[in-house]
Design a protein around this ligand. Structure first.
Ligand code: NAD
Ligand code: ZN
Length: 349
C-alpha cells in the first residue's frame, strides 16, 4: 500500500474543495483503517464548500471533509478484537467523549464534547479513513456500499421519525430534501396512516413520490388544507417532522397539527427565527430538537428496517467518480438531485 492517498480537502478559508494527495492516516491501538469505497455528499459538505459563516467558524483548515461513507477494514489497531480485516463497514461520524454525565449514562448522542469527522476532524472524502473501532458499524451483505454510504443521513431521518409513535398516525413532513424524503419513507414503513410531504421545489416532490408512497404538496402553489380535506382528515396531523429549516414551513406545520400534536425538529433555521410561541402553547404542542442519530440504537434500527423491506434506494439520483466531484457539488447545489454518491475506486487507465 502506498503511504499516500487521494482526498478531497478544504485547503484555504475560501469556497471550494481540492482533490489532493495526503498521507494515509496512522491508526492508534483502538482505531481501524477503512479503505473507502463510496461516500455521500451531504448538505453540510455544501456549507463547507461555500465557506459560509457556520463553516468559517467551525471547520479548521486544512481539513479532509466528508462524513458519509462505506468501505472495508484494511488495518486493525492492536486492541481491536471484535472486527476483522476485509469486513465491510459504515460508521458513526460523531466521535463522542467519555466524560460527560450523558455519555457516562450511555446517552452517547447527547455528549457535548462530540466532534464530527469531516467537520472538526479528518474526514471520509479520502481513499483511507481512520476511525475509532467503537464507531465502525459492520454492514450485512444485503446492504451494498452505496446504501452504506447514505446510512448517516438515513440515520438522521430514522432518529427524527422514530421520535414519536407513528403507528396509525397522520404525519406531516415539511421539506422534501433527501432526509425529509427518507423520513417520509420510514414513517410509511413503520405504519403511519397518511404521510404528507411538502416542498416548494417540484423536482424534489417528484423524487419523494419515486421513493415512497406519500402524498406531496407544493406549498408554493397548492393549499395544504385541500390535501387534508382530500384525505378526509378531521383534526389535523398528529406528528410533524420538520426537515426544511424554513420558518414558513414550521408555521404551517403548527397550524396543520392537532391539539396536543408532536413536532420533531431536524431542519436547521439560519440564525434566529421568529416563532409564534403562543400558538404552540395554546395548541399544547410538544417540540423535540433532534441532533444526529441516537448513535448505535439508530444504526441498529435502520439496518433492521432495511433488512425488513425499507427501500430508499431511489433517493440516490446521481452516482459519479470522485474525480468528477465538481460536477457532483454543482448538481447538489442546484437542488436538482437527491443523494449523490461518489465512487472512490481507482480508475482504470
Ligand atoms: P435540503 O436542503 O436538501 O432540503 C430542504 C428542503 O426544504 C429543500 O428541498 C427545500 O426546497 C425545502 N423547503 C424550503 N422551504 C420550504 C417550505 N416553506 N416548505 C417546505 N419545504 C421547504 O436538506 P436535507 O439534507 O434533506 O436536510 C434537511 C434539514 O435538516 C436541513 O435543514 C439540514 O440542515 C438539517 N440537518 C440537520 C441535522 C441535525 O442533526 N439536526 C442533520 C442533517 C441535516
Ligand atoms: Zn451528512
Amino acid at each position: 500500500m502506498s503511504n499516500e492517498m487521494k482526498a478531497l480537502a478544504k485547503m484555504a478559508p475560501a469556497p471550494g474543495l481540492d482533490l489532493i494527495r495526503a498521507p494515509v492516516p496512522e491508526i492508534g491501538p483502538d482505531d481501524v483503517l477503512i479503505k473507502v469505497r463510496k461516500t455521500g455528499i451531504c448538505g453540510t459538505d455544501i456549507h463547507i464548500w461555500d465557506w459560509d459563516e457556520w463553516a468559517a467558524k467551525t471547520v479548521p483548515v486544512p481539513l479532509i471533509t466528508g462524513h458519509e461513507f462505506a468501505g472495508e477494514i484494511v488495518e486493525l489497531g492492536r486492541n481491536v478484537t471484535d472486527l476483522s480485516l476485509g469486513q465491510r463497514v459504515s460508521g458513526e461520524g460523531h466521535l463522542i467523549g467519555k466524560h460527560s454525565r450523558q455519555s457516562r449514562a450511555g446517552k452517547f448522542h447527547l455528549d457535548p464534547e462530540t466532534r464530527g469527522i469531516g467537520v472538526n476532524e479528518q474526514g471520509a472524502f479520502a481513499e483511507y479513513l481512520k476511525l475509532p473501532a467503537f464507531n465502525a458499524v459492520p454492514l450485512p451483505d444485503e446492504i451494498d456500499d452505496e446504501i452504506g454510504a447514505i446510512l448517516d443521513p438515513l440515520g438522521n431521518a430514522v432518529h427524527t421519525a422514530l421520535s414519536f409513535d407513528l403507528v396509525g398516525e397522520d404525519v406531516l413532513v415539511t421539506g422534501a430534501g433527501p432526509i425529509g424524503i427518507m423520513a417520509a419513507a420510514v414513517a410509511r414503513h413503520v405504519g403511519a396512516r397518511h404521510v404528507v410531504i411538502t416542498d416548494i421545489n417540484p423536482d424534489r416532490l417528484t423524487l419523494a413520490r419515486e421513493v415512497a408512497d406519500v402524498e406531496t404538496v407544493n406549498v408554493a402553489k397548492e393549499d395544504l388544507k385541500d390535501t387534508i380535506a382530500h384525505l378526509k382528515m378531521k383534526e389535523g396531523f398528529d406528528v410533524g417532522l420538520e426537515m426544511s429549516g424554513n420558518q414558513v414551513a414550521l408555521d404551517q406545520m403548527v397550524e396543520a397539527l392537532v391539539m396536543g400534536g408532536h413536532i420533531a425538529l431536524l431542519g436547521i433555521p439560519p440564525g434566529k427565527s421568529p416563532v409564534d410561541w403562543s400558538r404552540i402553547v395554546f395548541k399544547a404542542i410538544t417540540i423535540k430538537g433532534v441532533y444526529g442519530r441516537e448513535i448505535f440504537e439508530t444504526w441498529y434500527k435502520m439496518i433492521a428496517m432495511l433488512e425488513n423491506g425499507l427501500d430508499i434506494r431511489n433517493v440516490i439520483t446521481h452516482r459519479m467518480h470522485v474525480d468528477d466531484y465538481r460536477k457532483g457539488f454543482e448538481t447538489m447545489k442546484s437542488g436538482a438531485s437527491g443523494k449523490i454518491v461518489l465512487d472512490w475506486s481507482a480508475r482504470e487507465v
